[in-house]
Design a binder for this molecule. Structure first.
Ligand code: TRP
Length: 507
């Protein structure tokens, strides 16, 4: 286990392939579809700033930790956790990281596949000229019609799951290398072309002000939670996807610079997507807060009115579908790798079983846009909204919190130090301090303010029914209690790690 240089599932040929694959995982619907619409829903600039802060202070340190864990364990996340736990002589509770991650992957892919299906169906709509000369009525109508038709949504959801399973059956490191090397740069170029169009024909300056003028009065505690959740979602963190890919990473490669490259590219693509979409949104009187349809209503208007738009539009949605596909692969790989190890079965059988379960779960999301749109899992949230909220805003940050605590306090210092192949002790130390003290405390604070009510539940009369604000927060308020509990747990973990024998000499 710990000193293996190989994984049974194969190894990336070199560091560059790892960067490509991890970027393929990170860049997906999260950047092109989700980032613009949640930025619109949460008021723009201040939200973008929080998102960037979460990427830098929470996302990057955790990504480094996940890659290091994966490379040390060299197995599926679930079994990697078991071997790291026994190496560190830590408690079995840490196994939750692996299990919760596999579950999160199932749930995310179940709705991710349905949205990717939208992109696939838009390839056809674009190519056949549905949007030629489109205005917002036509674009909005098309989108609405698509959502109202469960059988169409099911068809595309099925196509997407079959495509994903097809790659996974062959093993991640065989299926996608060459495709990623061509299609990722092409997506990048097409985004730049779209921005060029948007700058000429859209309201570019309004878009730039919207995205980058930070008005903190628009920021709520929930917005900060969504920004944190999205930092995890967009970097594929907190569920073991990056850990699974790290397991196939060559031993000598430096983790720090690799992670900077991936996080940088991912953030760039999200910002570019925003700069392509918002000018068109503002120039056509669309609502930035329109929700999940934002991309699918705004860009068809642009493509419908540009020279060669039929071709470029189809190409764009092919590339978006591809980006979603290379992300979906990383959502299903942790569970598949585990099933192969656990049941000693073939990749093909494991893939079919797992993809089928996810396909069935996806039916819930399909129906949440039409027949079951009135059914709420969480208060006020459809099945799709609830799955998105529970996974991105709770399970992923929680997984990340546990990963930070495990690498920061559970694992032995010299094991971490060795795995990192430290060349520059300053960078290592900055990372280690961030991971142990900044990342967990930041996640804790965002959780408490975003998930717990401000007002004492004992006295509802304190709550202003209209604004939802607390007229007189008391010492009983849930956030104080939650904060105290988390602080005690955190201090206990820190103290326990101090009691372990002093830092060892070698691994
Ligand atoms: N990061 C991908 C996107 O932005 C989605 C994704 C792939 C993901 N793998 C993940 C999200 C693992 C969370 C965890 O579209």
């Amino acid at each position: 286990m710990a000193n293996n240089n190989q994984s049974v599932h194969g190894i990336w040929r070199n560091r560059w392939i790892f960067i490509l694959a991890a970027t393929g995982s990170a860049v997906g619907l999260g950047n092109i579809w989700k980032f613009p619409y949640i930025t619109g829903e949460h008021g723009g600039g201040a939200f973008v700033l929080m998102y960037l802060a979460c990427i830098a202070l929470v996302g990057v340190p955790i990504m480094v930790a996940e890659v290091a864990m994966g490379r040390r364990g060299r197995q599926s996340p679930i079994n990697t956790m078991s071997s790291l736990i026994s190496e560190a002589k830590a408690g079995p509770a840490w196994k939750a990281i692996g299990w919760m991650g596999a579950l999160a992957g199932f749930l995310i892919l179940s709705f991710y596949s349905v949205i990717a299906g939208w992109a696939l169906s838009y390839v056809l709509k674009m190519a056949t000229g549905t949007f030629v000369g489109a205005d917002q009525d036509l674009a909005g109508g098309q989108f609405g019609d698509m959502l109202a038709d469960p059988s169409g949504l099911m068809l595309w959801h099925t196509v997407f799951m079959v495509l994903t399973a097809g790659v996974i059956m062959r093993g991640v490191n065989k299926g996608i290398e060459s495709a990623i090397q061509i299609l990722m740069p092409l997506l990048f170029v097409l985004l730049i072309v779209l921005i060029g169009y948007a700058a000429k024909n859209g309201d570019f300056s309004k878009a730039v002000h919207f995205m980058f003028d930070a008005d903190f009065s628009k920021l709520t505690a929930e917005s900060v939670l969504v920004a944190l959740g999205h930092a995890f979602f967009t970097l594929s963190l907190g569920m073991g996807a990056i850990m699974a890919y790290g397991a196939y990473m060559p031993r000598q490669a430096s983790i720090g610079t690799t992670v900077f490259a991936i996080a940088g590219l991912d953030t760039l693509v999200a910002l570019l997507a925003g700069l392509a979409i918002f000018p068109i949104v503002f120039a056509n009187g669309l609502e930035p807060s329109a929700g999940p349809g934002l991309l699918f209503v705004s860009l068809p208007i642009a493509f419908g009115n540009m020279a060669g738009g039929q071709f470029f539009g189809a190409l764009f949605f092919i590339l978006v579908s591809f980006a979603a596909w290379s992300s979906a692969i990383s959502l299903i790989e942790p569970a598949t790798a585990w099933a192969i190890e656990r049941f000693k079965t073939t990749r093909t059988k494991a893939t079919i079983a797992i993809a089928s379960i996810i396909w069935v779960l996806g039916i819930g999301t399909v129906l949440s846009f039409n027949d079951w749109s009135e059914f709420h899992l969480l208060p006020g949230k459809t099945i799709f909204d609830s799955l998105d909220f529970i996974t991105a805003n709770i399970m992923l940050p929680l997984g990340g919190l546990l990963i930070a605590l495990f690498v920061g306090f559970g694992m032995k210092y010299h094991h971490v130090y060795n795995e990192m192949q430290v060349k520059n002790a300053v960078f290592f130390n900055i990372w280690y301090v961030l991971l142990r003290f900044v990342t967990p405390i930041a996640i804790g604070i965002v959780f408490i303010s975003g998930l717990l009510p401000e007002c004492s539940l004992m006295d509802e009369s304190l709550l202003n029914a209209e604004t939802g604000e607390c007229s007189n927060p008391t010492y009983m308020q849930p956030r104080v209690i939650g904060g105290v509990i988390l602080a005690i747990a955190y201090i206990a973990i820190v103290v326990k790690s101090l009691k372990k024998p002093a830092r060892g000499l070698s691994s």
